[in-house]
Structures are given as structure tokens and as C-alpha cells.
Design a protein around this ligand. Structure first.
Ligand code: TXA
Ligand code: MG
Length: 340
């Protein structure tokens, strides 16, 4: 199905809200990445989200709300620890997995009896949700497997002709998707690291980290999204970790087997000069992990535009924002990780 994808400015937000009410799929900005929204109660609209993204049917969607009063229709119960997290971090980049109500179609939750809910901290997103006055299910607005979109252009690149409209709100802030926490178990469980760090969560509720945050899990993961390849540019990606990262990347880049390839590196500002013979993309300073996080997906897409064949990426310590950064980089690299 080829649609004419409308590009809407913030002044045209009413059109976006009406399209959502009519059951169309509309991409919109949030403080993390662009989402591809649809009425969470409309099964046809939800199926069209999966079709537009080529998303596997067993990967559930996050439902976005603008007001906590909407939760009563979406969740069967709300554990006290979930309320503590809402008080501390909403609106913000935190999705809470709760027992689902019967009103939420199984198409949204991919057959699970739980539903992920979040209140985004972005003025346009909140305004759109309020105008539509519906809970909006929204995965990241990329083709499945591609880096998540942090600009309207990225959405257009992937979904032009597949969705009704894109509401353009400029570049998103965080650049990595929300933190996902399972609130249906005790202690709570971090399923996907994001802008709200494990350290921040741990300060207010008892919580553990799901092993799937660090590596590929065998069997059925608690968060279906964990098992899919993600964020992959066309180029191969190799993640280099450890104490001697620039030396190792230089050594690898000189290997005979890579001689005829176009090589690049996602490097921190501190090391830009170390890679004179490679195409260098600047991740920002190691001292500023928020900036690094916000650039990852854009730079992975740029690697494709530069037609790089192989991209080395510098690794980070897996703490605070570094946990979310490394989670995305490991997936982008298909877990090809070299120690230095
Ligand atoms: O920041 C974000 O969360 C963005 C913006 C648009 O809000 N959305 C986003 O959605 O990243 P998506 O679909 O790309 O990722 C949703 C993640 C997947 O890993 C999925 O498996 C997990 O949330 N998830 C959703 N519902 C779940 C549930 N009921 N139980 C466990 N994991 C769930
Ligand atoms: Mg996604």
C-alpha cells in the first residue's frame, strides 16, 4: 500500500490528532526518539503500525499517555512501586510494564498479559496525545532493524509512502529510547536501559537488571524486543572496548582483509586525531555521555550515507548513561565486540 505521507509542521498538530482519531498511523516526536503512533484501542490501526515498520508480530508496543487518569483503562492493577516511579520520573523517558486491562487489544501487547505505558516529556507529544484524547501505541518510527529515528528526516527515509503523516518537531533530545521497567515482579526488573539510569531507579525502588540488558539471551526473553537485531546500518559494525581502544582500532583497521573496504569510526572527541586515515564521526566527549547517546543513531545512519563498509565504534563503561549507550552499540554491532 502506497500512501502519500504528509509532512506536518507543529502548527498543523490538529491534523495529526484528527488522523490518529481516524485510525491512521502518524509519526511524532518525543523526548527520546520519533514514535509511530496509532490509536491503542483500534486493532486495524495497530496492525498497520506493524505492517508499516515490517515489525515482527511478537514484539509489543508501548502505549503513550498524557494524563495518569488514562491508566485506569489500560492497566488492571498498578503496584505501589510503579506509582513511586511515576512520581519520580514522569513525564519522562521511562516505560512501565503493568498487568494489562481487558480493553487493551492483544495486538498491542503481542499476546502478552502485560502492557508497557509511558508519559513522554515533549510538549508536542503531550499536546498531540491530549488533542487526540486517546492512548497512543507507538514503537520507534523506523523500519524494523534500522537505527531509531531522532529527526523527522530519518522517519521520512524509512517510512515515506507507508504512513499517513509525520509531525516534524525537529531533533529529539535524548536520542535513545526510554528505559523499560517490568513492574509485575518483585524486585522490579530493568528490561531496557535508557535516559532514566539504573542508578536513578535504584535510589527509589528495589530493582534488578535483566541479563538481556548486557547480552543476547537464550530462550524466551522477558522483553521480546531484546531478541531482535537492532539499530543496524548497512555497514558492518565492530565495537571495541577496554583500556587501549584507539590503538586496537588502528591495529584492526590495518588488517589485510579490510584493505579494500571503506572504513569509518565512531569516535569520542578526545580521540578524533588518532584516526587520521579513517572516516571519523564525532560522538562527542567521553565526559558528556548524554551528548554521545543523542548522536549514536544519527551517526549510524550517516555511516550509510557515506557508504562505509565497516565501522568501528569506541566502547564505554557500562554505568549510568553508559549502560544504555553500550546496550544500543552492542546490538548495532550484532554483539561483535573486540577487547583491547
Ligand atoms: O522511547 C521510547 O520508548 C520510544 C518512543 C517512541 O516512545 N518507543 C520505543 O518503542 O522505543 P519500541 O517499540 O521501539 O520499543 C519497545 C520496547 C521493546 O523492546 C518491547 O519489547 C518492549 O518495549 N515492551 C513493550 N511492551 C512490553 C511488555 N508488555 N513487556 C515487556 N517488554 C515490552
Ligand atoms: Mg524500536
Amino acid at each position: 500500500m502506497v500512501l502519500e505521507t504528509k509532512l506536518l509542521s507543529p502548527e498543523e498538530i490538529n491534523t495529526a490528532a484528527i488522523l490518529l482519531q481516524q485510525g491512521e498511523c502518524v509519526a511524532f516526536p518525543t523526548e527520546t526518539v520519533y514514535g509511530l503512533g496509532a490509536n491503542a484501542y483500534n486493532e486495524t490501526a495497530i496492525n498497520n503500525v506493524f505492517l508499516a515498520k515490517d515489525r515482527p508480530g511478537d514484539n509489543p508496543l508501548i502505549v503513550h499517555i498524557y494524563d495518569r487518569k488514562q491508566i485506569a483503562d489500560l492497566a488492571a492493577t498498578v503496584p505501589p512501586a510503579a506509582v513511586t516511579l511515576m512520581d519520580a520520573f514522569w513525564p519522562g523517558p521511562l516505560s512501565l510494564v503493568l498487568p494489562k486491562s481487558s480493553r487493551v487489544p492483544l495486538a498491542v501487547t503481542a499476546g502478552l498479559n502485560t502492557v508497557a505505558i509511558r508519559m513522554p516529556d515533549h510538549p508536542l507529544a503531550l499536546q498531540l496525545l491530549e488533542l487526540a484524547d486517546l492512548p497512543i501505541a507507538a514503537p520507534s518510527a523506523n523500519l524494523s532493524g534500522r537505527p531509531s529515528p531522532t529527526r523527522a528526516e530519518h522517519v521520512y527515509e524509512d517510512l515515506n509512502g507507508r504512513i499517513a503523516a509525520i509531525l516534524d518537531g525537529g531533533a529529539t533530545g535524548w536520542g535513545v529510547e526510554s528505559t523499560v521497567v517490568d513492574c509485575t515482579c518483585e524486585p522490579l526488573r530493568l528490561l531496557r536501559p535508557g535516559g532514566i539510569t539504573f542508578e536513578q531507579l535504584e535510589a527509589v525502588v528495589p530493582i534488578t537488571v535483566d541479563p538481556g540488558v548486557y547480552h543476547m539471551v537464550e530462550g524466551v526473553p522477558r522483553s521480546p524486543g531484546m531478541k531482535y537485531t537492532h539499530y543496524s546500518p548497512q555497514a558492518d559494525v565492530i565495537l571495541v572496548v577496554g583500556e587501549q581502544i584507539p590503538d586496537k582500532i588502528l591495529e584492526l583497521s590495518q588488517l589485510d582483509k579490510y584493505r579494500d573496504l571503506k572504513l569509518g569510526v565512531l569516535a569520542t572527541s578526545e580521540n578524533l586525531d588518532a584516526y587520521a586515515h579513517l572516516t571519523v564521526l564525532d560522538l562527542g566527549s567521553r565526559q558528556d555521555l548524554k551528548t554521545v547517546a543523542s548522536r549514536i543513531f544519527h551517526l549510524l545512519r550517516q555511516a550509510d550515507q557515506l557508504q562505509l563498509d565497516l565501522v568501528f565504534v569506541e566502547g564505554f563503561a557500562e554505568m549510568e548513561m553508559g549502560l544504555a549507550i553500550m546496550n544500543r552499540l552492542k546490538k548495532a554491532a550484532g554483539y561483535r565486540i573486540v577487547n583491547s
